[in-house]
Write a new protein. Structure first.
Length: 144
């Protein structure tokens, strides 16, 4: 509404002082304007919830680990032995695990967006390196 009033006032001033300029301004005021282009949306940050991973731990044990939709993780050996469980949360570009079985506290690892079947080397805040492979999600359960 303010734009319409401002344009009308500007046209009136121009019409009084210069008839040719007033006609050009009036023609420009009636042309449709292009809609504003919104900036491209940033890609969603990587999320760990609802993912599963395979890796070999520092003791040579092959591990399957899954993080459910609410951020709870369970790790078990390929043989089905329960190894660990707790919570996992994204903090920036790292995933931080807090075990319910140890007193180590939160341990964070580098991460990156990955598709099922892709592998990369992750590094913990303590400098430990581990090659992990993303696998199709499968829910793991606590032993009874």
């Amino acid at each position: 509404m303010r734009l319409t009033i401002s344009l009308t006032a500007a046209l009136a001033v121009c019409a009084y002082s210069n008839p040719a300029l007033a006609q050009a301004a009036a023609a420009d005021a009636t042309k449709p304007t292009a809609p504003a282009v919104a900036p491209a949306a940033a890609p969603a940050p990587f999320q760990i919830d609802g993912t599963s991973w395979a890796f070999t731990d520092k003791n040579g044990v092959k591990v399957q680990e899954s993080v459910d939709a609410t951020g709870n993780f369970i790790a078990q050996s390929d043989a089905g032995k329960h190894l660990d469980h707790g919570t996992a949360v994204m903090k920036g570009d790292k995933v931080c695990f807090t075990s319910a079985m140890t007193k180590e506290g939160e341990i964070c690892w580098t991460t990156q967006p990955m598709k099922v079947g892709e592998s990369f080397e992750t590094t913990s805040d303590k400098g430990e390196k581990l090659t992990v492979t993303r696998v199709a999600y499968h829910a793991l359960s606590m032993p009874k």
